[in-house]
Design a protein around this ligand. Structure first.
Ligand code: FES
Length: 108
């Protein structure tokens, strides 16, 4: 059930708004809606690093910080930033309505 929306902003500045589905990961929401720039090669196991997103500064308080497991993967990316997350590890919930995340130029 859709309970709002999440916006993925690709590196060229294009915004892709998708329906928020409670309990679904941001990686699945992006790939199932054809958002370019998120691959999700490992299927959400936090082991490929191809679902990297950078949470908008305004939303970091609500999304929380990445786990050690995410950090190990993301810190290998040259585009790693303090707000970087693996989108497969971010489960959408109603409080994410309006969430904006940015995509790196390249996935690993
Ligand atoms: Fe592979 Fe997220 S889908 S790390």
């Amino acid at each position: 059930m859709s309970t709002g929306s999440i916006t993925f902003v690709t590196h060229d500045g294009t915004a892709h708004e998708v329906d928020l589905v409670d309990g679904e990961s941001l990686m699945v929401l992006a790939t199932s809606n054809g958002v370019p720039g998120i691959d999700g090669d490992c299927g959400g196991e936090a082991s490929c690093g191809t679902c990297h997103v950078i949470v908008d500064d305004d939303w970091v308080d609500r999304t929380g910080t990445r786990s050690d497991e995410e950090s190990q993967m993301i810190e290998m990316s040259p585009e790693c930033s303090p707000n970087s997350r693996l989108s497969c590890q971010l489960k959408a919930c109603a409080s994410f309505d309006g969430l904006k995340v940015h995509l790196p130029e390249f996935q690993m």
